[in-house]
Ligand binder design. Structure first.
Ligand code: URP
Ligand code: ZN
Ligand code: ZN
Length: 472
């Protein structure tokens, strides 16, 4: 199967030129001007952008959490991702209490197998080093292509780990070349604030934010950074939501430490006042960390621009408003934490980031594709447009106007965080390894076409043949 994409504006993190892209047997084999080639499929991309398939390094599909299971499984979640121009995601494989790490990985492979329509990697979320996972097993996990360990410093009594566990895992990572990821919030302080609020009769959704103030995120971010520095492991701070967490990341990066941070689409657009919406609508915005006062958004855009933050992910963790979020109708602490967004990221960032002058097109590609590929051991097989790379490509129409809405999105979620928001610019054709996934607003592939990707270790590259080589 060969594909020729003609005359598009090819945009990578570094380049921007009009040309043709030719792919054969799932890989890009040639890029040039007016290529004189035949192909099984020819796509006219005149007036369109051709960008690398986006990579979402933070998703939760088919995950038990908060007393229920996320609304999207690997089929609905990845179809939704494909419509949004995302062709690879890295999902959190959550270790159950007492569960050995390799059993947890097996469980996640069963969830994905035959369902995913985009390529998939896993992070291992370590929740229990006592009963289930051993340090020896943990050290062997990267051999399976799972090259990042995730730890939750919050959600006390559920998946939170203590500092000793965090520090031990960091030491293992320093030895194995895995990347440590943290959900950084002060879980003990939050637990006490939640109990106090409930004891005072405060049960509405906005108390979710009032009991998780920015300082609790700032403190944990600082703590994780200092511990990773001592242990000698690289650290990636997920879903940074506020200035209090940006500042310690900026400080560490200024010093040249191996510290990285992401924010998520929602923190750039949704603020604290959304949680105050009446009639339990605020519950739609109960995700963690919570939406912050609006002034934090300008700090997030600034940090994305000046490279303090390196990635925008979605943290897609969808729960139905009717039937799942309502578990917390009378107690905000029982509202399952998480929101949808796997499909919206590229369109929202293109419109409000690029069109409104906050980011360049190259920087958008870097934040949504190239940096996630580099940090999570997928580059240069993914995250760029180059000979030898997978033909994961998005033909993006910068003029197409769409309205983000639950009635239009492909997630099973019954609400959209950006309901009614009009954007200009949307994917027109989405290809995974040269296979068309989405065209003419239709999904045209089959469930299961997505493959598991064994990722390289931190600082190593994933060669097109899947072979790990030392970074140049
Ligand atoms: O509220 C969220 N973010 N739910 C998913 C789990 C996490 O903390 O990332
Ligand atoms: Zn988290
Ligand atoms: Zn998450």
């Amino acid at each position: 199967m060969s594909v020729l994409i003609r005359g598009g504006r090819v945009i990578t993190a570094a380049d921007d030129f009009v040309g043709d892209v030719y792919a054969e047997d799932e890989r890009i084999t040639m890029i040039g001007e007016s290529l004189d080639l035949q192909a099984d499929k020819v796509i006219d991309a005149t007036g369109k952008y051709v960008i690398p398939g986006c990579i979402d390094p933070h998703t939760h599909l088919d995950m038990p959490f908060g007393g229920t299971i996320t609304a999207d499984d690997f089929e609905s979640g990845t179809i939704s991702a494909a419509f949004g121009g995302t062709t690879t995601h890295v999902d959190f494989c959550l270790q159950g209490k007492g569960q050995p790490f390799f059993d947890a990985l097996e469980t996640w492979h069963e969830k994905r197998n035959g369902k995913a329509v985009i390529d998939v990697g896993f992070h291992l979320a370590v929740t229990d080093l006592q009963a289930g996972g051993t340090l020896e097993d943990l050290a062997r996990v990267p051999d399976e292509g799972v090259t990042s360990y995730k730890l939750f410093m919050a959600y006390k009594g559920a998946i939170m780990v203590d500092d000793e566990t965090l520090f031990r895992v960091m030491h293992v990572a320093a030895d194995t070349g895995a990347l440590v990821m943290v959900h950084a919030e002060h879980g003990d302080a939050i637990d006490m604030l939640v109990r106090n609020a409930l004891a005072d009769g405060n049960t509405e959704p906005h108390w979710h934010a009032l009991t998780r103030p920015p300082e609790t995120e700032g403190e944990a971010t600082h703590r994780a950074i200092q511990l990773a520095h001592v242990a000698g492991s690289p650290l990636y701070v997920v879903h940074v939501s506020c200035k209090d967490a940006i500042d310690p990341i900026a400080y560490a990066r200024e010093k040249g430490w191996n510290i990285w941070g992401e924010t998520c689409t929602q923190y750039l657009f949704i603020d604290y006042t959304h949680l105050e919406r009446p009639d339990f609508e605020g519950a739609k915005y109960v995700y963690t960390p919570p939406p912050r006062p609006k002034e934090h958004q300008q700090h997030l855009w600034g940090a994305l621009k000046n490279d303090v933050l390196s990635v925008i992910s979605t943290d897609h963790c969808s729960f139905l408003w009717q039937g799942q979020k309502t578990l917390g109708k009378d107690d905000f602490s029982k509202i399952p934490n998480g929101g949808p967004g796997i499909e919206d990221r590229l369109m929202m960032i293109h419109h409000f980031g690029v069109r409104e002058g906050r980011l360049s097109l190259n920087r958008m590609v870097e934040l949504l594709a190239t940096n996630p590929a580099k940090l999570f051991g997928l580059y240069p097989r993914k995250g760029t447009i180059a000979p030898g790379s997978d033909a994961d490509l998005v033909v993006f129409d910068p003029e197409k106007r769409v309205t983000r809405s639950a009635s239009a999105h492909h997630s099973k979620c019954d609400y959209n965080l950006y309901e009614g928001t009009e954007v200009q610019g949307a994917p027109e054709v989405v290809l995974l390894r040269g296979n068309v996934l989405v065209e003419n607003d239709e999904f045209v592939a089959r469930p299961g076409i997505g493959q598991f990707v064994k990722r390289a270790r931190f600082g190593e590259q994933l060669a097109p043949a899947g072979r790990a080589v030392a970074a140049a």
